[in-house]
Design a protein around this ligand. Sequence first.
Ligand SMILES: [Zn+2]
Length: 441
Amino acid sequence: MQESEFNRWLLAAIGRSPTAFHVAANVRDLLTDHGFTLLEESEPWDLSTPGSYVVVRNGSSLVAFTLNGEDPARTGLRMAGAHTDSPALKVKPSPIRRSHSYVQLGVEVYGGALLAPWFDRELSLAGRVSWETGAGGLDAGLLDFARPVAVIPSLAIHLDREANRNRSINSQTDIVPILMQAAADGNEPVFADILLAQLRRQHPEIDCRAILDHDLFFYDPAAPTLTGLAGEFITGPRLDNQLSCWTIARALIDAPERKNSLIILSDHEEVGSGSPEGAGGPLLDSVLERLFPEPGQRQQVIRRSLLISADNAHGVHPNFTDRHDGNHLPRINHGPVIKINAARRYATTALTAGFFRLLCRRQNTDVQEFVMRSDMACGSTIGPLAATRTGMQVVDVGVPTLGMHSIRETAGTSDCPGLLRALQGYFSLASDDPLWHGWLS
Ligand SMILES: [Zn+2]
């Protein structure tokens, strides 16, 4: 796939995936369209023949793997991981608020969102809803209004003369989206009825008596786009971490010769990963236990496996260069970044970093490195959780990004194609290649 073609595909995939639920469903569909067999965790698995499989948990996390017939206890698994969720505003259980002539929806802040950019944007609403069926059963599915339905207007500067110097944002009172004008008769709208009407518009065939509950998030429905005079930047919502999710999935599909491989895309990274489907939970362990039930064999597989954990890295911002260590200044369009931290907020070691560096060199991909300023706290990602839970070796990497956790972030057009090439080479790496397992100590 040409770089420009891949970037077009990438932006369209992000545009179609407003929440972690949509990422998991869309990646699942992409993989099954390319020959992966869908497995259910609640059913027995027949893995007796070599093949490619995908399993989804909670509708928001996904594991896919290829077993090519080689003995995994000798070859290990070429693993890659990323997270499906992004910071957002999550709708409260009983969200309707009425203030003067406005109907608003109460929200909680999901993850470490940069709140200021949420003002004055057209917002849409998407996620998952559960409902009662006509027969009194329980069912659930995806919902997406897919058009602007709300806005959070700024307070005019005339009413807050300090706004450009000192405006703080109260997440309970200041960022409540306006959904509509109140009816003149004073009747309150019922949120479940609004959702039911949207569900019926989207899926007229669904047998739904009443909406029961919802996991819904406000999001920016404006499509991700190319910008910069030469179109060298990507700006868009949810680049952290959908750039990595989609690049990993595409690399797995397009790898010239897919070896024993596994990808894991986890929800809830932005809130600490502590859930049954998050990277702090048992999903990866459960899959490995089912693939390799004999503990000794499983340990061999884990010790011979490597996880490339991909999550966006902080590119150096030209207006704020002092926020970086002067020797570690990742630049957009200069390649994926290896992330290193002495306190193990990243799981990279000299061996795993060395592996990724050689892999990128072989795949004609530039590579950079990032370490936080010593006087600033470092973020983290799924890599250290996978390393700590399973004992496998991990390298934390990511494409450089500006404005991380804003409602729209900025990245480069050549960094994801570079990561794609590296991962395609990785998933195809022969088991007797001197690079593979060079990091075994
Ligand atoms: Zn991230």
